[in-house]
Design a protein around this ligand. Structure first.
Ligand code: SF4
Length: 71
Protein backbone atom coordinates (compact mmCIF):
# COMPACT_ATOMS: atom_id res chain seq x y z
CA UNK A 1 0.00 0.00 0.00
CA UNK A 2 1.31 3.44 -0.94
CA UNK A 3 0.11 6.91 -0.16
CA UNK A 4 0.64 9.93 -2.34
CA UNK A 5 1.21 13.40 -0.88
CA UNK A 6 0.41 16.55 -2.77
CA UNK A 7 0.93 20.14 -1.68
CA UNK A 8 -1.02 22.78 -3.56
CA UNK A 9 1.60 25.51 -3.66
CA UNK A 10 -1.00 28.03 -4.86
CA UNK A 11 -2.95 27.51 -1.65
CA UNK A 12 -0.03 27.07 0.79
CA UNK A 13 0.60 30.13 2.95
CA UNK A 14 4.04 29.02 4.09
CA UNK A 15 3.21 28.64 7.75
CA UNK A 16 5.74 25.83 8.09
CA UNK A 17 3.47 23.76 10.31
CA UNK A 18 3.77 20.71 8.05
CA UNK A 19 7.57 20.85 8.07
CA UNK A 20 7.48 21.21 11.85
CA UNK A 21 5.03 18.34 12.25
CA UNK A 22 6.60 16.02 9.69
CA UNK A 23 10.12 17.18 8.83
CA UNK A 24 10.75 13.87 7.10
CA UNK A 25 7.96 14.54 4.64
CA UNK A 26 7.85 18.30 4.02
CA UNK A 27 10.20 21.23 3.71
CA UNK A 28 9.76 24.88 2.97
CA UNK A 29 11.07 25.84 -0.43
CA UNK A 30 10.82 29.50 -1.37
CA UNK A 31 8.28 30.19 1.39
CA UNK A 32 6.02 27.41 0.19
CA UNK A 33 5.94 23.83 1.31
CA UNK A 34 7.00 20.95 -0.81
CA UNK A 35 6.65 17.23 -0.20
CA UNK A 36 10.06 15.58 0.03
CA UNK A 37 8.62 12.48 -1.61
CA UNK A 38 5.40 12.12 -3.56
CA UNK A 39 4.91 8.53 -2.52
CA UNK A 40 5.22 7.27 1.02
CA UNK A 41 4.28 4.28 3.08
CA UNK A 42 1.17 4.94 5.17
CA UNK A 43 2.09 6.86 8.31
CA UNK A 44 0.06 8.75 10.85
CA UNK A 45 2.34 11.78 10.79
CA UNK A 46 1.34 12.50 7.17
CA UNK A 47 -2.30 12.68 8.22
CA UNK A 48 -1.38 14.82 11.23
CA UNK A 49 0.34 17.29 8.90
CA UNK A 50 -2.58 17.35 6.47
CA UNK A 51 -5.01 17.83 9.35
CA UNK A 52 -3.06 20.70 10.85
CA UNK A 53 -2.45 22.67 7.64
CA UNK A 54 -4.35 25.95 8.11
CA UNK A 55 -4.82 26.35 4.36
CA UNK A 56 -5.89 22.75 3.64
CA UNK A 57 -3.12 22.68 1.06
CA UNK A 58 -2.05 19.09 1.73
CA UNK A 59 -3.87 16.13 0.25
CA UNK A 60 -2.98 12.54 1.05
CA UNK A 61 -4.44 9.89 -1.22
CA UNK A 62 -4.42 6.13 -1.44
CA UNK A 63 -5.29 5.28 -5.01
CA UNK A 64 -8.34 7.37 -5.80
CA UNK A 65 -9.35 7.68 -2.14
CA UNK A 66 -8.56 10.79 -0.13
CA UNK A 67 -7.31 9.76 3.31
CA UNK A 68 -6.17 13.16 4.55
CA UNK A 69 -7.00 15.69 5.71
CA UNK A 70 -9.47 13.76 7.81
CA UNK A 71 -13.03 15.11 8.07
S1 SF4 B 1 1.09 23.64 6.83
FE1 SF4 B 1 -0.02 24.03 4.92
S2 SF4 B 1 0.09 26.23 4.64
FE2 SF4 B 1 1.65 25.71 6.14
S3 SF4 B 1 3.53 25.42 4.95
FE3 SF4 B 1 2.55 23.40 5.15
S4 SF4 B 1 1.29 23.18 3.28
FE4 SF4 B 1 1.81 25.35 3.52
Amino acid sequence: MTWRIEVDRHVCIGSGICAGTAPGLFRLEGERSQALREEISPQEVALDAADSCPALAITVTEGSEVVGPRP
